[in-house]
Design a protein around this ligand. Structure first.
Ligand code: HPA
Length: 277
């Protein structure tokens, strides 16, 4: 397997501009990047060290786009632990981003709601998370070039970024909620008993991604902001099977709003937030 440093050095020679912001696009959200002028695009299968995205709607491309003149990397799709990849493979793209000089990582996903008020379609800004995957991407020898052995996960979602994003959402009239995300491995969906346990622990949303990427990003000092689109109620509230089509349909609709929010946020970020700090 190629090292993240080799892959990053290789990508640097291809990218026409040096980005400082990256966005990971989750289930049903890949299209979000396609409205922005494209500077460069490469399928994951041509990037050394990247595995294949097998999840539905995860397109598997790295794009460099210009958002209002600012170069931004979009990862169209991610790797999940449930696909059978190792944690090292799942978080490899984040390590490459960090070596590329990315300072701010915006992560998106789709999730199931554990709270009645968080209806399908709601855009939720993550305030915190619970890692219930039973593993951690930082297990193994610590790479001191990336970060310390025991990185803090206090204020894991950057408070300043969250506040700025709230202001942007308010100005655009986009309604967002706040919540705590619990990550499970999947691919089986949660039982009712699991959902009530998660809700009693303080989780508002459940999903199968994001947390490994966020832990890895924080390990190497990236500032992280994350949004989840509630695509379904968890089975705390019903006994129906989840329809993948319905999940994608809802992610697509709310994804359009989230896209506006992220585009405006990127613009304001470069004006008000010291990306070089
Ligand atoms: N559970 C886990 N992951 C999910 C869900 C869910 O209900 N919805 C979208 N991703």
């Amino acid at each position: 397997m190629s090292s993240y440093k080799d892959t990053s050095a290789w990508l640097k020679t291809k990218l026409p501009k040096q980005p400082q912001i990256a966005v990971i696009l989750g289930t049903g959200l890949s299209n979000m990047a396609e409205v922005f002028p494209l500077l460069y695009s490469i399928p994951y299968n041509q990037i050394p060290g990247f595995v294949q995205s097998t999840a539905p709607t995860h397109k598997g491309n790295l794009l460099l786009c210009e958002v209002e003149g600012i170069p931004v990397i979009f990862l169209q799709g991610r790797f999940h632990y449930y696909e059978g990849y190792s944690m090292q493979e799942v978080v490899f793209p984040v390590r490459v981003l960090s070596a590329l000089g990315i300072k701010v990582l915006i992560v998106t996903n789709a999730s199931g709601s554990l709270r009645k008020e968080l209806e399908p379609g709601t855009i939720v800004q993550l305030q915190d998370h619970i890692n219930f995957m039973g593993t951690n991407p930082l297990i193994g020898m610590n790479d001191d070039d990336l970060g310390e052995r025991f990185p803090s996960m206090n204020k894991v979602y950057d408070p300043e970024l969250c506040l700025l994003a709230d202001k942007v959402a308010f100005d655009l009239g986009i309604k967002t909620a706040k919540g705590v995300y619990i990550a499970v491995t999947g691919p089986s969906l949660e039982t009712k008993a699991e959902c009530s346990a998660f809700a009693s622990w303080g989780a508002d949303l459940v999903g199968m991604s994001t947390v490994p990427e966020v832990i890895t990003a924080r390990h190497s000092g990236l500032k992280v902001l994350a949004y989840s689109i509630v695509t379904n109620y968890s089975n705390l509230f019903h006994n129906l099977a989840h329809s993948q089509e319905e999940i994608q349909r809802i992610a697509n609709i709310s994804g359009k709003q989230l896209q506006k929010l992220i585009a405006e946020l990127i613009l304001r970020l470069t004006r008000t937030f010291s990306l070089t700090s």
